[in-house]
Write a protein that binds this ligand. Sequence first.
Ligand code: ZN
Length: 209
Amino acid sequence: MELVKGVHVIETYATTTLLVDDRLILVDTSADADAGKVVDYLNHIRVKPKDLSTIFITHTHPDHVGGLAAIKHGSPAKVAAHRIEAEFIARKRVYDGPSGPQNHPGTPVDVLLDDGQKVDGLEVIFTPGHTRGSISLFDASHSLLIAGDAARNESGLQPMDDRYNVDPKQHRESIKKLAKFHFENAVFGHGAPIKGGAGAKITDLAKHF
Ligand SMILES: [Zn+2]
């Protein structure tokens, strides 16, 4: 579905976000090894994987990185992720956090991201705690936060289940960090996106920590 003009939210087990304006950007790639639902959606709106400029991966969990190799196959798109997460995405290191060792095909990360860096107009917000190298992305042009798994919105806005967080305290500090940004809309890795008033909701959540 199109949340606001140019911001497509593709719901699989975890959410994939597609930005279509003067850029063609994908954020996260679902759990499916063949990325079938994501590719179907791209076909539906006549976007070809080879036309994507950048594929951002918010973190290395299987439900976000699973379809990366399939989408990247035959596409010159750059893969961008936080430098801490890159070795896990490439499978150069064994992931030692929850939910255990990984089995996605390793894909090299082309752009190693740091906090505050801007790539394709997206500002990187380093939001560790869910994994060590988790990021969220801020897109001023759509007043949009792409949270990744820095928070979830399944039955209201909440932190992720601590069983899946490498550092629960740091995860909450990252939610406080998100509250400093000003945005109206937000997409989460899990749960419904928010159209309008999203920043205020994150600020309310952050007050609990
Ligand atoms: Zn996750």
